[in-house]
Ligand binder design. Sequence first.
Ligand SMILES: C[S@@+](CC[C@H](N)C(=O)[O-])C[C@H]1O[C@@H](n2cnc3c(N)ncnc32)[C@H](O)[C@@H]1O
Length: 183
Amino acid sequence: MPLLQDYWLLEGCWMRIEVLRLGHRFARDKRISTHLGLVSRAFGAEKLVMDVHDPHVEGSILQIVSEWGGSFSVNSTIDWRRYIRDFDGDSIHLTMYGININKAPESVLSGDRDKLVVLGGKKVPSEVYQLADYNIAIGNQPHSEVAALAVYLDRLYKGVELDKEFSGRKRVIPQERGKEVEG
Ligand SMILES: C[S@@+](CC[C@H](N)C(=O)[O-])C[C@H]1O[C@@H](n2cnc3c(N)ncnc32)[C@H](O)[C@@H]1O
């Protein structure tokens, strides 16, 4: 799949992906929100937007970006309702209560429009289910926002996101055994 900056060509269409993280709790979610950012970046999204500004999370993600490359960014918005409403593309809320991804409408997995992937932490406000274009379950069992995001992005990109080049100072030289890192 060719890459032009952060727009990926999927099925003949250029697509851009943002991830909106709702319900971040300063006391207990630093690690999981950081992981959401790292998975977003590694699996082909271009931006993480949080509903609060947590400099610790932002700093940890940007540190990885500065070492490992790419142009991934982290923002915050206090008006996440408007962010969903104004997004120019499809908003996909990942929730165990939604339609199983295996039965999702075709557009949920097609690259014809940009995607805003919405994830919760603590229980999301009920309006999210109305505001989002789609409520999609990665199976209907409770698990984790990080797992849900990874599976969704991998289904969307059909695996080719794992070949993305980041052109960073650091780069893994893949080995059958052992570890080698350039830079
Ligand atoms: C700790 S879970 C909360 C589970 C909660 N009962 C719910 O509303 O889905 C945090 C987030 O993980 C995601 N999540 C968990 N299980 C999921 C599933 N089976 N499918 C899609 N997303 C899921 C949702 O975005 C959810 O807001």
